[in-house]
Design a protein around this ligand. Sequence first.
Ligand SMILES: Cc1cc2nc3c(=O)[nH]c(=O)nc-3n(C[C@H](O)[C@H](O)[C@H](O)COP(=O)(O)OP(=O)(O)OC[C@H]3O[C@@H](n4cnc5c(N)ncnc54)[C@H](O)[C@@H]3O)c2cc1C
Length: 382
Amino acid sequence: MKNYDHIVVGLGTTGAFTCRTLAQRGKKVLGLDMHAPPHDQGSHHGQSRSIRRAYLEGTSYVPMVLRAWELWRQLEQDNRQQLLYKTGNLTIGPPESPALHGFFKSAEKYQIAHQQLSATETKRNWPTLNLPDHYVAGLEVEAGILRAEKGIKLALLHGTSEGATIHTSELATGWHEYPDKIEVHTTKSTYCSETVLFCADSGNLALLPQLAGQLSCRRVPVRWVTPENPGPFSLGNFPVNFWQVPTESAKEGEDYDEFYSLPILPGDKQLKIAPHNHLAPLTGESQSATIDTKEHEHLQKLIKRYLPSMAKLAPIHQLCRYTLTPDGNFMLGKVPGHQRAFCSVLGGHGFKFAPVLGEIFADLLCNQSPEFDLSLFDPTRF
Ligand SMILES: Cc1cc2nc3c(=O)[nH]c(=O)nc-3n(C[C@H](O)[C@H](O)[C@H](O)COP(=O)(O)OP(=O)(O)OC[C@H]3O[C@@H](n4cnc5c(N)ncnc54)[C@H](O)[C@@H]3O)c2cc1C
């Protein structure tokens, strides 16, 4: 049996960056993945991911995302490659929507450059966004989008060159914690280490029975469209736009549909649109269908109403997934009841944090305290 200081199960968003940071700190680390990241069988594919700092999901995220922004820029400099493109980011909805409240709370607390725009002002700037008259938009001026797969590729390259051992096409099947070590079993072998991090996205459901009933895996049907005239949707002309709008059947303030669209990246032709909530469970059976009729009709209705110029464009569909906790916040920390096993669950908004999560888990696995308040993300909170 081979011995390591640390084992990382899952080499996507969290795993690639944690392996890299541990290797940079001189640790003997083994990274395992059932596929060969980046790939399109997890949660990190589809080219682009938004990064914003006026964090509508809660102020606790802001210090982490501020550090992540610095680290993305550092990674770009080290590789002389652009990963982060500034686009601006709009949060759109009726004034009382929780998303707008969260946006302004974070922006004000951390003095993040932002503006409040009326529906008229928003439509004047971006005529393709069709806001009802009483809606408002919170504009984060400096937000952007990241090249997701490229980021993971670079992190794994760095990790390997710093000495991390990377095993792809190797499925982790189980593990056992002893007082002085931990063992991880795979389809090929058994490995031993001081600590292990499980950041296997939907794979965490099978690997962590301690979290049974708390994690759910959801289908995210992503739609790509190619505008005839890409100009108004290209970088610089079109911000990331996230919408939180009352559902058709609900009275305002009761239930919301959430969806977003992202601008076209340089060198690309397609614009991305996807729903963010009311997602169907991802099961063995539903995994093969990129989109079903119900999902298509629901998204099409939202697009027709709020992004009408995109409704006529023939879509290409792609399936992605969210692995969610009951409250939608991350799980970052020790697996409940264990001392040497740690877990990461990010749900639908974790990519932007990848490099800071590398630092956080490198600290936790080495028994050091990260510089962030992680109490909101405690895996024992449910
Ligand atoms: C359509 C879509 C849009 C998104 N947009 C944004 C956005 O704009 N901004 C943002 O910040 N976030 C966004 N997210 C969320 C973000 O992408 C995820 O939170 C993040 O990628 C999850 O990272 P992860 O490390 O948990 O999982 P992944 O990156 O999926 O990595 C998990 C890895 O574990 C491996 N694995 C699974 N089981 C096993 C096993 N048993 N043994 C070995 N390996 C295993 C998988 O092969 C995979 O490589 C979006 C997600 C989707 C689906």
